[in-house]
Design a protein around this ligand. Structure first.
Ligand SMILES: Nc1ncnc2c1ncn2[C@@H]1O[C@H](COP(=O)(O)OP(=O)(O)OP(=O)(O)O)[C@@H](O)[C@H]1O
Ligand SMILES: [Mg+2]
Length: 266
């Protein structure tokens, strides 16, 4: 398949009088990670819903994996998988049962083997037989992403994959997303976290007031601002440094240690 994995041209969408998308354009290269940044209510989920054929645009065109979202909707649906903003795992089932269920729904051969492979890849083997209701937020999110990968779709949409996760779980999810792209999957993710886009994305687009106001690589985006300036920041000693200065490396109390002066005292 040639051409970009996702192509969006002049997309418009209103909810009654609220004009959410006012002509959105972007392209996502195959095998790359593209981050759609925007504040609450910018329209990120709306874009994802339109691309995943869950919602109809008012105007504009878009294609996923080379298929048009309006005229070839069923080919589009076979080309992607969606991890929505809120985890879609079944709490009562175990992690493995969730994965087997999706593989069965997708009519794949040997659902058990597919589930075991994904559990292993997402470091969930030990928790495989446990009910999802006992999983931590990070484990749940990992399982959610693993469920999206059943059947290895070429394109994956991740709507705010790390919102609500603690720093450690976020890093786990980032690692997973990088692995996916490394294996050739195209990833479109939405996020409100600038650091997430910075960490992950090959290309970043900012959605603001219905349009993409900037689109480029991180280096290109950084060039939009004046070059970095060197600033002098006074560093206050940490308690550890105070402790070491007072006690001394050999453990003897030094009575001669003088505390560092603050800028007001100078
Ligand atoms: N079904 C709907 N009916 C009416 N308004 C809607 C509907 N869905 C979304 N909106 C409005 O459209 C705007 C864009 O919503 P959307 O969910 O796409 O934003 P978002 O960028 O994903 O925000 P968040 O970061 O909070 O997830 C918001 O103002 C929202 O209230
Ligand atoms: Mg959203």
């Amino acid at each position: 398949m040639r051409g970009p994995a996702i192509q969006v041209r002049g997309l418009e969408k209103s909810y009654k009088t609220l004009r959410v998308l006012r002509g959105v354009d972007f392209e996502v290269a195959r095998g790359s990670i593209f981050a759609l940044l925007g504040s609450n209510g910018a329209g990120k989920t709306t874009v994802v819903k339109i691309l995943s054929t869950l919602l109809k645009a008012d105007a504009g065109t878009a294609s996923v994996n080379g298929f048009d979202i309006t005229t070839q909707a069923s080919d589009v649906r076979e080309s992607f998988s969606l991890t929505g903003q809120f985890a879609a795992v079944d709490e009562i089932l175990s992690g493995r049962e969730n994965l087997v269920l999706v593989a069965e729904l997708r009519c794949l051969e040997d659902p058990g083997a597919i589930a075991d492979d994904l559990l292993e890849r997402f470091s969930l083997t030990e928790a495989a037989a446990r009910r999802v209701s006992t999983y931590s937020g990070g484990m749940r999110r990992r399982l959610d992403i693993a469920m999206s990968l059943v059947g290895t779709p070429p394109v994956i949409f991740l709507d705010e994959p790390t919102t609500g996760l603690d720093p450690e779980a976020r890093i786990e999810v980032w690692h997973t997303v990088r692995q996916l792209a490394g294996q050739g999957t195209t990833v479109l993710l939405t996020t409100q976290h600038l650091d997430e886009a910075e960490q992950l994305a090959d290309r970043i687009a900012i959605l603001h007031e219905g349009r993409i106001i900037v689109d480029g690589t991180l280096a290109e985006l950084k060039r939009l601002l004046p070059p970095a300036e060197v600033e002098y920041v006074e560093k206050q000693p940490t308690l550890e440094e105070v402790f070491l200065a007072v006690v001394g490396a050999d453990g003897d109390i030094r009575t001669t240690a003088t505390p560092a002066r603050t800028s007001e005292e100078r």
